[in-house]
Design a protein around this ligand. Structure first.
Ligand SMILES: *[C@@H]1O[C@H](CO)[C@@H](O)[C@H](O)[C@H]1NC(C)=O
Ligand SMILES: CC(=O)N[C@H]1CO[C@H](CO)[C@@H](O)[C@@H]1O
Ligand SMILES: [Fe+2]
Length: 556
């Protein structure tokens, strides 16, 4: 028997395996990655328990929902056609609706009943893209970037868009889920992409990051889209007036820019993490010219450190201090805040960028037991950690001693030579977390606490290839509260504060729960955020596939 338990492991993996129990007898996820029908007109749901009457608005979610046209099939989970879901909650009652995004590709593929518009995992690549970073390639507008935006709902000037990591977004109507205009970033500012995880400042501006690539080199850019103009009548069209690039950071290795999926924003700073997951531009060009295989164009190169770029978000100035840390990879940041001359930043991390996983539909549809165990056990477990950046580093800063003087932190930061600070992290969890398989999809009480000191985050535990628990972490005590039932697979949890909230966790946490065990037994789960116990649920008589991110829209 090849593979399984006695495969030789690298020292790093050995370490991981010591700490993370190997999974045995995992359930198949296949029913969660099947194509579903849309439900364009809102349908009623069956409520059990009680959903607080103050919850008023809609929980919007995005994710792939159609994986074939006619006889043609997509290879990669991310290639599925974007489907938008809406749980409208009012007076303790809930309706559900869903629609496919009418992207150009959806329309063309539907008309021809086959996959006409080629995409990354499936057709364009001679060798299907090997990992979660497939999307990154589209930032270079090859061969035709997708407008099939299946990752997240984002907001610019009060309008909703669905977004992936390409230069295109689609404006959508958050009530009817109708698809509106296609928006191309390059028409507004000099970037050819933007992440699906922007930040919102309390004045209504949206901050995001995107790449640009030209004669001058490769740059990571910070974008600011101003708040909506309250004095002007709201036009029913995309509005990016005043959008600007406030800061451009040159890639440390101009021919090997790093992949990134999100960034953090505190009251005064943005921190961009340049991690050792690199796109080899030279190989990439060869691919374009000669049609060479895409294999290994995106590479984990742990010989490079991780670099933290600290940017003042009001002035756009980048700190001259080089903050570095050991190689790691991160997709989702949790939060960041300033504390007495330090910037504290928390994120979900892994140490081995080679084992992020090959989310092909073939892998995700593996059968229960051994097959599934093998795939799951090959993946890296992502865990929360904290880095602390000293903000006042100058000529008087002593060399070779820990600058993190606040006792509450176990993270360190040491100036190893003038202008260069090397950091080690604090693990933001106890061993208890390992039994839930690590965590991802972190969410906080964003409105009140993003960029500020905070105590709680909510996330998904990954005891299977898809999440099989909801977790609430107290970052002060590292205590966990857990919602977990066999066979139930929850989506990213979203926090909604109650109207008279005083505590950070006064409110509810919402998640969409799906199961491979039974047809049409999806439900919206509403937990008391404080106790992490169920208040109520709304059962929807349709199948819903496993999704990506979501938001709560209190405007209805
Ligand atoms: C719910 O929100 C909508 C949209 O903001 C608002 O018009 C409506 O009055 C709210 N209903 C309640 C009961 O607060
Ligand atoms: C991978 C991907 O992009 N999925 C589909 C979404 O739409 C694009 C084209 O617009 C296609 O490339 C894919 O078919
Ligand atoms: Fe994401």
């Amino acid at each position: 028997a090849s593979g399984e338990a006695n495969t030789p492991l690298s020292p790093q993996n050995e370490n991981k395996q010591d700490r993370c129990p190997l999974a045995r007898g995992l359930e198949s996820m296949a029913p969660l990655v099947r194509s579903v029908e849309e439900t364009p007109d809102p349908i009623p749901t069956t409520i059990t328990g009680r959903i607080p009457s103050w919850v008023n608005g809609s929980f919007l979610r995005n994710g792939p929902g159609k994986f074939e046209f006619g006889k043609d099939r997509y290879t990669h989970w991310f290639d599925g056609m974007a489907m938008m879901h809406r749980f409208h909650i009012s007076d303790g009652d809930v309706t559900y609706s869903s629609r496919f995004l009418r992207s150009d590709s959806y329309i063309h593929n539907s008309e021809k009943n086959r996959i006409v518009v080629s995409e990354f995992g499936t057709v364009a690549m001679p060798d299907p893209c090997k990992n979660i970073f497939a999307r990154f390639f589209s930032r270079f507008q090859i061969p035709k970037a997708t407008d099939n935006a299946s990752v997240n709902f984002v907001k610019y000037k009060g309008d909703y868009y669905v977004s992936t990591e390409t230069n295109y977004m689609r404006r959508v109507d958050p009530q009817s889920l109708e698809t509106k205009e296609k928006v191309d970033w390059t028409q507004y500012i000099a970037v050819n992409s933007a992440t699906a995880h922007p930040h919102y400042s309390r004045d209504g501006a949206t901050y995001n990051m995107g790449n640009s690539y030209g004669k001058g080199g490769f740059f990571y850019n910070i974008i600011r889209v101003p708040p909506p103009d309250e004095t002007a009548a709201k036009a029913d069209s995309p509005d990016f007036a005043g959008a600007e690039v406030i800061c451009s950071i040159p890639a440390a290795e101009p021919r090997k820019p790093s992949y990134y999926h999100s960034f953090v924003m505190s009251e005064n700073y943005i921190v961009f993490i340049e991690q050792p997951i690199k796109l080899d531009l030279l190989k990439f060009m060869l691919y374009r010219i000669q049609g060479k295989s895409f294999h290994k164009v995106m590479i984990w190169e742990p010989k490079y450190d991780t670099i933290f770029h600290l940017v003042n978000r009001h002035t756009g100035k980048v700190s001259k201090v080089r903050y570095r840390a050991a190689p790691m990879f991160t997709l989702h940041q949790i939060n960041a805040y300033e504390d007495n001359g330090f910037l504290v930043m928390d994120m979900c991390c892994g140490d081995d960028g080679d084992s992020i996983g090959d989310f092909t539909l073939e892998n995700l549809r593996k059968g229960s037991g051994e097959e599934m165990d093998k795939f799951y056990n090959s993946l890296c477990r992502n865990l929360p950690r904290r880095y602390v950046l000293p903000l006042t580093v100058d000529q008087k800063t002593p060399l070779d001693q820990n600058l993190v003087t606040l006792n509450s932190f176990k993270a360190t930061a040491t100036m190893t030579k003038p202008g260069e600070v090397y950091m080690t992290h604090e693990e933001l969890h106890d061993d208890e977390l390992l039994q839930y398989g690590g965590l991802e999809f972190p969410q906080i009480n964003y409105e009140k606490h993003n960029g500020r000191p905070y105590r709680y985050f909510y996330s998904c535990g990954f005891g299977n290839v898809f999440s099989d628990s909801l977790l609430k972490m107290d970052v002060h005590t590292k205590e966990l509260k857990v919602w977990r039932y066999p066979g139930l697979y929850p989506s990213e949890p979203v926090f909604v504060a109650s109207p008279q909230a005083t505590d950070e966790d006064d409110g509810v946490v919402m998640s969409v729960i799906i199961t491979p065990r039974e047809e049409k037994s999806t439900f919206l789960l509403v937990l008391d955020a404080k106790t992490f116990t169920e208040l109520g649920r709304a059962e929807v008589p349709v199948n819903v596939p496993y999704g990506t991110h979501g938001v709560f829209n209190e405007m209805g």
